[in-house]
Write a protein that binds this ligand. Structure first.
Ligand SMILES: [Zn+2]
Length: 165
């Protein structure tokens, strides 16, 4: 069951996120994420780089959002992670590994994440009950749907193809 828990906690895979470069659409990388630390501790390390067009961005150059106003009336701002959606959690660029299924979009932050999803789909029998799940019930329902569909083989073949991109 451990793998399923990981599947839903995409946060564990934020060290290196494969994305589509917003400028040239080639495969590029957002790196520097540290799943076990507070964002403020590592945000200076996070950056985007595209090996094809050499577009480069530092996360610390992105704007902060006002999170709240403290008792002394000071505005406290921070950068916020965009988790649980098919984009990198820092810049919001579209993830590279995406697979359309009739139940919704399967997506992964990187190859390791995709292989884990693949193994999960390959190993599980349909209609598993009692799966542990995160608070992200949309992913839960999606995975349940993928396990239930008759074209599970097709999805696995598509994953094979996407892995090579
Ligand atoms: Zn590029």
């Amino acid at each position: 069951m451990q793998d399923f828990v990981y599947l839903l906690k995409g946060r564990d895979f934020i060290r290196e996120v494969a994305v589509a470069c917003p400028k040239c659409k080639a495969k590029a990388l957002v790196s520097g994420g540290e799943p076990d630390k507070m964002l403020a501790e590592y945000e200076h390390k996070v950056h985007f780089s595209c090996p094809t067009c050499h577009y480069f961005l530092k996360y610390t150059n992105t704007p902060k959002f006002r999170v709240y106003t403290n008792k002394r009336g000071q505005n406290i701002s921070s950068r916020l992670l965009m988790l649980n959606s098919p984009c990198d959690p820092f810049f919001g660029f579209e993830v590279w590994y995406q697979i359309d299924t009739q139940n919704g979009l399967l997506w992964a932050y990187n190859l390791e994440h995709l292989v884990l999803i693949e193994n999960y789909i390959a190993k599980r029998q349909s209609n598993c009950v009692g799966l542990p799940f995160d608070n992200n019930s949309r992913s839960y329902r999606l995975i349940q749907g993928v396990l239930d569909v008759k074209n599970r083989e097709t999805i696995l073949k598509t994953i094979q193809r996407v892995k090579k991109t």
